[in-house]
Write a protein that binds this ligand. Structure first.
Ligand SMILES: [Zn+2]
Length: 260
């Protein structure tokens, strides 16, 4: 016993014994992510941003009617977005979730983000509720195309097999969420032992119902956000702050506990 015992250790991130115990026993862990984790990497909201796109609201471009009316314009906007997102890197929060996938028996990310940053960080089981801006497909025959393949074409890109119009593989305003991704999300949320809701406002349904499903099925639900949300009162633990700081700290604490 002495001075050395009271030296400042790792930053006290204030994880509860309940959370650490739930993680220690967890066979199935799910992370549900929204715009907040992308914003920490610098992904813009594309609302009121630069240049000519300032005069459009995203909902005026990201819908099927706008696309069919003026595919060149909508494609120009997506080419702009695709190029910006291609230059953005995953952050420490994305990487911590990829490490968790290697650690727990069952682990899945459910994301509302289209930027592909979870996969680029190394996550494999990722259910994308709103699609993926790095993918595209032919509206006529369904053939998929990479960004390189479509961005090389001038104007609105067309299918090299059937001539059909190619669109980004993202869910637009007014469109249904993809059935298979949604069903997988509901399935993993319902069987989660620990469920993280990260960087999502918890107000856009149906996605906002997923943390509540996990809670109803008995998961220990943790929210990570810079500010409280409508979900905050209903979770087991609220960790206020940036996911890029909290997730790596929590992962480190969990691993340290396993080895002590
Ligand atoms: Zn085609």
């Amino acid at each position: 016993m002495g001075e050395t015992d009271t030296q400042p250790g790792p930053v006290n991130t204030g994880f509860s014994a309940g959370l650490l115990s739930a993680l220690g026993k967890a066979k199935s862990v799910v992370a549900f992510t929204g715009a907040g984790i992308s914003a920490e990497s610098g992904v813009p909201t594309f609302r009121g941003t630069d240049g000519i796109w300032k005069k459009f609201k995203p909902e005026e471009l990201a819908n099927i009617n706008a696309f069919m009316k003026n595919p060149e314009l909508v494609w120009e906007w997506y080419a702009h977005r695709k190029r910006i997102i291609a230059g953005i890197q995953p952050n420490a929060g994305h990487y911590a979730l990829a490490k968790m996938e290697q650690t727990f028996l069952h682990f899945a990310v459910i994301t509302q983000n289209i930027d592909n940053l979870h996969r680029r960080a190394g996550s494999h089981t990722v259910y994308e509720l709103h699609g993926n801006i790095e993918r595209n497909y032919c509206m006529k025959c369904g053939t998929t195309y990479s960004n390189e393949e479509v961005l090389n074409q001038t104007g609105a890109p067309h299918c090299t097999k059937c001539g059909g119009l190619i669109r980004p593989d993202v869910v637009w305003f007014g469109e249904m969420l993809p059935d298979d991704e949604w069903e997988n999300a509901v399935r993993v949320a319902a069987s989660a032992d620990v469920f993280f809701s990260i960087g999502t406002s918890g107000v856009v349904y149906p996605a906002a119902s997923i943390p509540l499903m996990a809670k109803q099925q008995g998961a220990f639900v943790v929210e990570i956000n810079p500010e409280p949300t409508p979900l905050t009162d209903r979770v087991d633990e609220f960790l206020m702050g940036a996911s890029g700081i909290i997730l790596p700290a929590l992962y480190k604490r969990f691993i340290d506990d396993q080895h002590s």
